[in-house]
Design a protein around this ligand. Structure first.
Ligand code: PXP
Length: 236
């Protein structure tokens, strides 16, 4: 079955809205694991708008499944990765002021810059994933960079408003997933997935894991984190 990694960033977003001590994203991680999540994901941003370094350190101690940390490919983030030692680092592009990650990392264009960064992570025995758009050039670049995993961006699929746009986005995703797998990459997916749109993506045979955050945390406000995770696992 496709695995679910729950992104807990937005628990920290609520806490940071008041610079308070609750809700605690680490407590959310524990509850998510108890509810059946296969992994925990969080994104440490340069502006620290949600997850803080202290959260990462505590998550590393508490998460018993699989800890995936999304971060930009900068020297400061490399230092953090080496000290926290998550199971997986997912490299994402980051633009100051963006509301959320706006697209995949341009691995094809940034190959020279990413290569030493990825090597350094792997030397520290940290697995690396690249968050990329479902585009064949990006997949080839990821394979050349020798990462083990790609996370294919499902945003175009999630925001498609017409049947035509949805079919085009889904087809592109299916082709990309097959190609990535053919090149030896493990295929994860995420961004904008909800209980209403997740099934088609989770049914794509190459997809082994989904990273889902906003929708789960949003629905937790009404149904509790356990309820929101159970309904997502049912939908998957
Ligand atoms: N994957 C990546 C790389 C992301 O940056 C995000 C958003 O933090 C997600 C998955 C999860 O997206 P969403 O919050 O829309 O479920």
């Amino acid at each position: 079955m496709t695995r679910l990694s729950v992104n807990i960033d937005h628990v920290a977003t609520i806490r940071q809205a008041r610079k308070a001590s609750e809700p605690d994203p680490v407590a959310a991680a524990v509850l998510a694991e108890l509810a059946g999540a296969d992994g925990i994901t969080c994104h440490i941003r340069a502006d620290r708008r949600h997850i803080q370094l202290k959260d990462l350190e505590r998550l590393r101690q508490v998460v018993t499944t699989h800890l995936n940390v999304e971060m930009a490919a900068t020297s400061k983030m490399l230092k953090i990765a080496r000290s926290v030692r998550p199971d997986l680092v997912t490299l994402v592009p980051e633009r100051a002021g963006e509301v959320t990650t706006e697209g995949g990392i341009d691995a094809a264009r940034l190959k020279k810059k990413l290569a030493p960064h990825i090597k350094a992570l792997r030397r520290s025995k940290i697995d690396v994933s690249l968050f990329i758009d479902p585009n064949l050039r990006q997949i080839e670049a990821a394979a050349e960079l020798k990462v083990g995993t790609v996370e294919l961006n499902t945003n175009a699929y999630a925001v498609a408003r017409s049947d035509r746009a949805l079919a085009a986005a889904f087809d592109a995703f299916v082709v990309a997933a097959a190609y990535a797998s053919e090149l030896g990459l493990a295929v994860a997916a995420g961004h904008g997935l909800t209980v209403r749109n997740v099934q088609a993506i989770s049914d794509v045979p190459e997809v082994y894991e989904l990273n889902i955050g906003h929708s789960i945390i949003a629905r937790s406000v009404f149904f509790g984190i356990e309820g929101a995770i159970h309904e997502m696992l049912d939908a998957i």
